[in-house]
Design a protein around this ligand. Structure first.
Ligand SMILES: Nc1ncnc2c1ncn2[C@@H]1O[C@H](COP(=O)(O)OP(=O)(O)OP(=O)(O)O)[C@@H](O)[C@H]1O
Ligand SMILES: [Mg+2]
Length: 252
């Protein structure tokens, strides 16, 4: 499902600073799109607008041809599987129970054998079956992050919106999540929108990129057209060189 952001503006308080300033971009169907930009430029704020946690003061957001204004939170949850950057979720219960919550809009009057199997399959896919009976509150940061991704996958959404899903993960787990994102698109024909900081992960895994700076979209399109030595210098103020393997920074 195509997601279109049209000229949205957003402030956290009524007469406060505009955090998003006339943001325009598209997220294409069946592709991975990376949202990139410096700390504090508005990536999470944009993600929360897409998820209808933040309501823009002007502009519109469309899922296919439906405006976000015509969709309730329940309907958005069926379209968008969101993994927040910081989850304050505290949950008394096991990982199995926590991940099952991702399926709540599909659960009828009770949990069936097929629901338990569906959770077990997702935990297996993420290589975290061993966490199934553990208490969610007692997991490490990285383990929690993978469980949050698992919970989002249970929503069987059209669009997966991951806000820095790999920030706590070691390189193996990071690659696993990036491969998973690619798999969601290739095998299941869904879309993935992912806030990432790693320029090379974006270059390698994202079909499209949205590059932000200070509340504005500086450039969006095919990742290799957006992420250039020039745009990285302009947005981050850092000189890099692109080689066959990706961006190389001045320290290398
Ligand atoms: N709840 C809030 N209330 C007021 N201001 C906020 C709130 N959340 C974020 N901001 C401000 O909005 C701006 C953008 O924040 P946002 O979290 O969207 O940045 P980001 O691009 O996701 O950064 P990072 O890469 O560090 O996660 C920042 O200046 C931040 O201080
Ligand atoms: Mg953020």
């Amino acid at each position: 499902m195509k997601l279109t952001i049209s000229d949205i503006c957003f402030s956290y308080s009524k007469n406060g600073r505009q955090i998003l300033q006339n943001v325009n971009c598209e997220f294409h169907e069946k592709s991975v799109t990376a949202i990139l930009g410096p700390n504090g430029c508005g990536k999470t704020t944009l993600a929360k607008c897409i998820n209808k946690i933040n309501i823009p003061s002007s502009g519109d957001i469309h899922f296919g041809d439906r405006s976000i204004n015509d969709l309730g939170r329940g309907e958005i949850a069926k379209i968008v599987g969101y993994v927040p950057q910081f989850s304050t979720a505290r949950m008394v219960g096991t990982v199995m129970e926590f991940v099952m919550l991702g399926r709540r809009q599909y659960l009828g009057w009770g949990i069936k054998e097929e629901d338990i199997q569906a959770v077990a399959d997702v935990l297996e896919r993420l290589n975290i079956s061993d966490l199934s009976d553990k208490n969610y509150n007692e997991l490490s940061g990285g383990q929690k992050q993978k469980v949050l991704v698992a919970r989002a996958l249970m929503q069987d959404s059209e669009i997966y919106l991951f806000d820095e899903p790999t920030s706590n993960l070691d390189i193996k787990n990071e690659l696993e999540i990036m491969e998973l994102a690619k798999g969601i698109v290739d095998e299941h024909e869904k879309s993935v929108v992912m806030v990432v900081h790693d320029l090379n992960m974006a270059l390698h895994y994202a079909d499209y990129a949205v590059l932000m700076k200070a509340g504005k979209v500086i450039s969006h399109g095919r990742t290799k057209d957006v992420m250039t030595e020039k745009s990285v210098k302009e947005v981050y103020g850092v000189k890099t060189r692109i080689e066959e393997c990706g961006f190389v920074n001045p320290f290398v």
